[in-house]
Write a protein that binds this ligand. Structure first.
Ligand SMILES: C[S@@+](CC[C@H](N)C(=O)[O-])C[C@H]1O[C@@H](n2cnc3c(N)ncnc32)[C@H](O)[C@@H]1O
Ligand code: SF4
Length: 448
């Protein structure tokens, strides 16, 4: 394994970052959206995507389509996703109209392509009415040409909105994965996280999902609420397992700037680590395999039939305000905010965009060859895919050798994978591998 030496100062900085807290940041993409800035000049989508395909950087036949629905019935105390609460019907309609305009422009800009998977997220996509969901899926299938019945398609939902009439629409279009945010089965715990929710509605929703033919049910749970104990956490997981979910995401509670809980933040790393270990061990004993720090998959569940998404070669086409799009050299989106007023402003601007404006990328971050290798290394190391133990991706990150020295990563055949000690520190290992340039941009970002 050839790699460049790292300086003593860099070693110390990485050690310090990893030891400071196991909970620095959830890394599910790189660069983080706080590293995005206005693009001057804006880029023409059609030229940019044509160049990606013609140069061979991306494949035309395996794009990922992501559609963002930024609406929720409530704003949970912990959540900093791009969403707005209980919009008026006219606002929803204006959003869906803008989405339809954007989809036509983007479809033209992409030229002859096909999609290998689809995800509809939010927010809470099932905030939309059955008729609106029908229109949304018709746009995805007929407008964008995504063959939802033949490829994996995942939709996020919530306990209050996973109603039989909405689930019927998803089933009819061939959605094969439904992911529901439960967070906790105990009303008091949900309330302490700033999510007023009743267990009866959670159970009603889970029964309604299981009454349908979706191949994969994913349940999101959160650990680390102030009053939670290891016993109540394991009971939560046991209650989720009654529904035999094919997947479970166990999220450590994060308290983020500008979210409702931020004011009461305190240091509870040890609490979360203890709950993490208890949950992991319990799920492994129950026949689940750990795929990343958060994700567990039932060993006996059939895996999705589509080829695995390769973030290096497969572009992501994002539609909707809050969605990100990834080409190999440019990541772009609309602007991002968390505060209620700023989110509405950004949504208003999106709803007013005409075709000409949708044909341009105006906000994002460029990735040179070094950042592209770094991104591939970070994302594959943090997932069960692991990092190919050779080649440019490894060379781009001499820091990886330190992870092996510290027992946080190990070689497994031709790959580098996180050890158990590394997996539980994935949220600090990821950020420690960010480049200086990206880190500086993130720090300079003014959250609104
Ligand atoms: C789009 S939501 C899921 C669907 C739906 N909106 C709901 O909440 O029921 C994404 C998931 O991210 C997780 N999440 C969001 N913010 C979090 C935070 N600050 N700490 C821990 N988990 C968080 C929650 O588990 C949530 O279910
Ligand atoms: S956790 Fe889900 S329901 Fe709550 S604000 Fe975030 S996206 Fe909306």
């Amino acid at each position: 394994m050839a790699h460049t030496e790292i300086s003593a100062a860099a070693r110390a900085a990485i050690d310090e970052a990893i030891e400071a807290t196991p909970y620095a940041q959830y890394v599910y993409g790189y660069p983080h959206k706080t590293a995005y800035r206005p693009l001057a000049p804006p880029r023409e989508l059609s030229r940019m995507w044509a160049h990606e395909f013609e140069s061979g950087a991306l494949r035309r036949g395996s794009l990922f389509l992501y559609v963002h629905v930024p609406f929720c019935e409530m704003r949970c105390g912990f959540c900093n996703l791009f969403t707005t609460v209980r919009p008026e019907e006219s606002f929803e309609q204006a959003y869906l109209d803008a989405l339809a305009r954007q989809s036509r422009v983007v479809r033209d800009a992409l030229g002859p392509v096909s999609f290998a998977r689809v995800a509809v997220g939010g927010g809470t996509p099932t905030w939309l009415s059955p008729a609106q969901l029908d229109a949304l899926f018709s746009m995805i299938v007929d407008g964008m040409g995504a063959d939802v019945k033949a490829i994996p398609c995942s939709v996020e939902t919530s306990p209050e909105t996973a109603t039989p009439d909405r689930l019927a629409v998803l089933e009819r279009y061939g959605v094969d994965r439904v992911s529901i945010g439960v967070q906790s089965f105990f009303d008091e715990e949900s309330k302490s996280m700033g999510r007023p929710q009743k267990r009866a509605s959670v159970e009603r929703a889970l029964d309604a999902i299981r009454a349908r033919s979706f191949a994969t049910l994913n349940i999101d749970l959160i650990y680390g609420a102030p009053e939670q104990t290891a016993a109540s956490w394991i009971e939560n997981i046991a209650l989720a397992l009654r529904y035999k979910p094919e997947e479970l995401y166990l999220y450590p509670l994060y308290v983020r700037p500008l979210t409702g809980l931020a004011k009461g933040a305190r240091d509870w790393d040890d609490h979360r680590l203890e709950l993490y270990r208890a949950g992991r061990d319990y799920l492994r004993a129950q026949g689940y395999r750990q795929a990343s720090m958060r994700m567990f998959r039932r060993e006996d569940a059939a895996s999705a039939s589509a080829p695995a998404y390769e973030c290096q070669r497969d572009g992501m086409v994002g539609l909707g305000c809050g969605a990100r799009s990834y080409t190999s050299s440019l990541h772009y989106s609309e602007e991002w905010a968390v505060g209620a007023r700023s989110v509405r402003e950004i949504l208003h601007a999106y709803n007013a965009r005409d075709e000409r404006e949708f044909a341009l990328a105006r906000y994002g971050v460029e990735l040179d060859a070094h950042e592209q290798h770094r991104r591939g290394a970070i994302l594959s190391l943090l997932s069960d895919e692991g990092l190919a133990d050779a080649g440019p991706r490894f060379d781009a990150l001499p820091e990886l050798a330190l992870l092996i020295e510290r027992g946080l990563a190990r070689r497994e055949g031709a790959r580098l994978v996180l050890t158990d000690a590394g997996l539980e520190r994935a949220d600090s290992i990821g950020p420690a591998l960010f480049s200086e340039r990206v880190r500086a941009k993130m720090q300079a970002f003014a959250l609104r």
